[in-house]
Design a protein around this ligand. Structure first.
Ligand SMILES: Cc1cc2nc3c(=O)[nH]c(=O)nc-3n(C[C@H](O)[C@H](O)[C@H](O)COP(=O)(O)OP(=O)(O)OC[C@H]3O[C@@H](n4cnc5c(N)ncnc54)[C@H](O)[C@@H]3O)c2cc1C
Length: 371
């Protein structure tokens, strides 16, 4: 017999989990389906860095979206922790973007000017001061930009806590269940699964890189492609890093247990989720370039994820014009963790017909055609 739900969310990555939680908090009856377990798509590989102002000088809409979402994070994490009873690693110790040569300092100066213009607290540091702030940095580091409001969150923990918090509001999660198609039915929508289906009023498509594989009645395939990212989880030999270190080729995220994430590659290789010798070698070389002592680090894991990228690198969030009742929440590329609170708020407002956020203008699916 066909199952029913008010809202079906397809995909239990950080986006699907955050959306389901927010919908349920507002009173909706929600069901989440995923073909894997919760958070086992791109989310499990994510570094969880929350740093919208690293590209402030580019002045893109993404910086504004990121800034809005970052401003929501303290309250978001506190609420999810309270509703779930699960701890979530979360720190706002800033990011230190480093330049490995004098020439790269001009980029940091431009970012510092853009931050200052938006009242974002930051410090531009020369070679001596940057090593005073982070002692382990290599002699090659010519300077750095410290942006105080940035930070990171444990992405896997956050997804797990969101699942529990959503569960406390009655959301049901079904794993090992792939959605094949979303179709019309009299008075609503139907999500077709293998040998089964769910009748519902609304559907949120949050299947990350795989969103284009879920057929939507009357619409072309969602314009999202996978971009592979490999990241290392290292036992850290040296003294602790105080904050996220960011360079053009690599970043380091110091976890509270003393280990470090070193990421990440950016590779256009389709749906290939394997870790490679080249990827690991590149990350190790770049890590040692910033912190030479990292040569004594030991392996805890190599993680691989497929970031959902769109042609303009902005998310696809908004209602479908082809299939009323379907809302897209995908294409978050390198910023899905950062943008989760904002996406959840915007999508919940849309699904429950409470409000249309102005940010939908830059994220609308219709910029790519008749979706
Ligand atoms: C190495 C790496 C580092 C990153 N670092 C950062 C960072 O520092 N900060 C940041 O903000 N972002 C970062 N990101 C990006 C971030 O991880 C992603 O943007 C985010 O995880 C996307 O979340 P999602 O829920 O859209 O997709 P996913 O997490 O991929 O979830 C999609 C889910 O949909 C499910 N699914 C797929 N097809 C179907 C189907 N047919 N039916 C049902 N379910 C389906 C999948 O199984 C999966 O669980 C990083 C990504 C990588 C790979």
């Amino acid at each position: 017999m066909a199952k029913t739900a008010q809202v079906v969310v397809v995909g239990a990555g950080i986006i699907g989990c955050a959306v389901a939680y927010e919908l349920a908090r507002r009173g909706a009856r929600v069901r989440v389906v995923d073909r894997r377990a919760v958070g086992q798509g791109a989310t499990q590989a994510s570094a969880g860095v929350l740093a919208p102002f690293l590209s402030a000088h580019e002045g893109r809409p993404l910086v504004e979206l990121g800034a809005r979402s970052l401003a929501m994070f303290d309250e978001f994490v506190a609420r999810v922790v309270e509703d779930s009873g699960a701890p979530v690693q979360y720190a706002r110790g800033g990011t230190l973007e480093v330049a490995l040569a004098d020439a790269a300092m001009s980029g940091l100066r431009a970012t510092a000017r853009a931050c200052a213009a938006h009242d974002i607290r930051c410090d531009l540091l020369g070679a001596t001061d940057v090593r005073r702030v982070e002692k382990q940095l290599s002699d090659r580091v010519a300077g750095g930009l410290l942006v105080h409001s940035h930070g990171f969150v444990g992405a896997v923990e956050l997804a797990g806590a969101l699942q529990r918090a959503a569960g406390a509001y009655g959301v049901t999660f079904t794993s090992s269940t792939a959605a094949a198609r979303v179709t019309r039915r009299r008075g609503g929508l139907r999500v077709e699964l293998a040998g089964d289906s769910i009748a519902c009023d609304r559907v949120v498509l949050a299947a990350g890189s795989w969103s284009g594989q879920v057929e939507v009645d009357g619409a072309p395939a969602t314009p999202v492609r996978p971009v592979r990212g490999q990241i290392l989880h290292l036992g850290w030999p040296a003294s602790r890093l105080s904050r996220v270190i960011w360079s053009a080729e690599c970043y380091l995220v110091p976890w509270s247990d003393g280990s470090v994430l070193a990421g990440a590659t950016i590779e256009d290789v389709g749906f290939d989720e394997r870790a490679t010798v080249n990827g690991v070698q590149h990350l190790l070389a770049m890590t040692r370039e910033i912190v030479p002592e990292a040569g004594a680090a030991w392996f805890r894991a190599v993680r691989v994820g497929l970031r959902p990228a769109t042609p303009d690198e902005l998310p696809v969030v908004g209602p479908s014009a082809s299939l009323p009742g379907l809302v897209y929440a995908t294409g978050h590329y390198r910023n899905g963790i950062l943008l989760a609170p904002l996406t959840a708020e915007i999508v919940a407002g849309l699904v429950l017909e409470e409000d249309d956020d102005p940010a939908l203008g830059v994220m609308t699916p219709s910029r790519f055609g008749k979706f």
